[in-house]
Design a protein around this ligand. Sequence first.
Ligand code: PLP
Length: 407
Amino acid sequence: MAVAGETEGSVDYDKIMGMYGQYVMNTYNRLPVVFVRGQGVELWDAHGKRYLDFLAGLAVNGLGHCHPAVVNAIREQVGILMHTSNLYYTEPQARLAKMLVEWSEMDKVFFCNSGAEANEAAIKLARKWGKSKGSGAKFEIVTARDSFHGRTMGSITATAQPKYQQAFEPLVPGFQYVAFNDIAELQNAVSDATCAVLLEPIQGESGVHPATKDYLSAARKLCDAVGALLMFDEVQTGLGRTGKMFAYEHFGVVPDVMTLAKTLGGGFPIGACLARGRAAEVFQPGDHAATFGGNPLACAAAIAAMTTLHEEALVENARDIGEYFAGKLRAFKKQREDVTEVRGIGLMLAIGFSAPVAKTIVGQCLELGLLANATDDRTIRFLPPLVVTRKQVDEAMGILAEAAAAL
Ligand code: PLP
């Protein structure tokens, strides 16, 4: 572990930001902080200032920063075997696939390196599924407005938000967009030409909007009626974040295909596309691949992360602390007229404001030592690590109240 004094003292803020300006492509609006160390729910910046991380690297650090189980697994594996290629077999990939299949209702897994890649795999799987139906015209993929599925050309086409798409048109053909939670629109959109419906059970990036049970049940029935695949993007919601292992469990609707990433590697990059039944047999050799996908190092990290989720009862913790946190946010809403809504399930929560104050409050929270995220001008999203405690929620609420009071 980095020693605070050594690492933090040696970092020159202005120099690092200058180097980003000169050498790193300008794809992010970064906040002015240089992080050097993390442990559990806490992060430290280059000045030695401590922060509570209620964003968890955008839902990646589900186990908190540097969980010893993940650190040790990586340390051990890195000295044994990092990479071979998918031309051969390795034990960690087999063990991780078995674990994910046993924990879900899925039958088989394809491994890749990120959420977007997992969704690309799902999109290709759906297209080949449609082709296998023989008509040649079963290629449409239906997705919901305000969804987020990633930034590759396929996944950005699935992401029905013009602000992310316009600069990159023409998009991938064959996608149709519907209003989220609108059953009638979905009914109109799904036809014999549909090969898949791809949905987030809870839309995350656009501000934490849960699907209704009726909507997902209707999607299931419509897909069954036309022989299309129901695909859930659980990249953000999966693996305990919502207080269940997979968000689909809240709704009693099981998809044919499910994508995962973020929490899966406990901080290490890995993604997965899972499928069940006949959908799990669609891909054949040569159909899809990822050079790094399922490499022993990523899989060892993920096995440790998944084992820890189970051993430390973190899914249950997400449910308990999520309820506690949501209660505190509702109390905050009662105290403030400008808070319009508290949304979310488990540790995937957001508050809505009547005025465009979210970015100002998030900036003020950062000043005061709390990381959260403004998904738009009026919404603050919280995605703390699943190891978060009541005490840390209390501390975060104190900071949020102070930041909002300073408006
Ligand atoms: N799908 C969902 C639901 C996401 O929230 C994200 C990222 O925020 C992605 C896909 C894309 O994942 P990645 O950034 O790992 O490609």
